[in-house]
Ligand binder design. Structure first.
Ligand code: SF4
Length: 227
């Protein structure tokens, strides 16, 4: 990368993370080189041991080994809006990027949407093709999720793919059914938040059209048994 590009990226990142930039631990150029080499070696091994299965997608920015869900496809194509429906969570994942201690209002890209109608206007205005509900933990404000879901389905008749992220701790058969009945296409579980418990996934597969798992790779957890 040219030096001017690097300076420009640094300036933009400083602007975006204005309140946190100076407290972050940044990679040194030497560590960045080491990390890049380690990454290259891992990718080399993936192709070496997995044969012809792995493939690059989305302008070669994502390496996948199996098929991907429609939600992942919209995400990779940059055609979706992620609505952070609240800012509270009942789990404490060490990798969570924020404190999750304020309920707040639904927001995305620094814009707040205090009513479902406002958010539907936004989705229409920018011709957004897919929406996801994230948080925080969406099920901690279940009624809010249902309200926004219902409004999207009531006012948008064109195809709109909708999914929700959850740690699953508060998921019940009744809630899953309500979400499905109101048009949720996909539910995506962070199973590492609940010790890799699969019970709730098994319940969801009978109710929601697409059930997926999204977790970070945690080397220390490789030997942990799922439940
Ligand atoms: S479940 Fe999600 S929001 Fe909650 S602590 Fe874990 S990563 Fe953060």
């Amino acid at each position: 990368m040219a030096q001017t590009d690097t300076a420009d990226w640094c300036r933009r990142i400083r602007k975006e993370y204005a309140d946190a930039y100076d407290t972050m631990t940044w990679l040194t150029p030497e560590k960045a080189v080491q990390a890049t080499r380690a990454r290259d070696a891992l990718i080399h091994d993936i192709f070496k041991y997995a044969g012809s299965g792995p493939q690059w997608r989305f302008s070669e920015t994502k390496l996948t080994i199996h098929g991907i869900s429609p939600g992942c496809r919209f995400c990779g194509q940059g055609e979706w809006s992620c609505l952070f429906i609240n800012g509270i969570c009942n789990a404490r994942c060490f990798y969570c990027p924020s404190a999750q201690n304020q309920k707040g209002h639904p927001m995305t890209s620094t814009l707040e949407f205090r009513t479902p109608e406002d958010y539907v206007d936004y989705v229409e205005r920018f011709d957004i093709q897919a929406v996801s509900f994230s948080g925080g933990e969406p099920l901690m404000t279940f009624d809010r999720v249902v309200q926004y879901l219902k409004s999207l389905r009531a006012r948008i008749s064109r195809p709109l793919y909708i999914w929700m992220y959850t740690n699953g701790l508060l998921a019940t058969q009744d809630k899953l059914k309500t979400l499905a009945d109101n048009g949720l296409d996909e539910i995506r579980f962070d199973i590492s938040a609940d010790r890799y418990c699969l019970d709730v996934l098994k319940e969801a597969v009978d109710v929601i059209p697409h059930v997926t798992v999204e977790i970070p790779a945690i080397p220390e957890d490789v030997e942990k048994p799922g439940r």
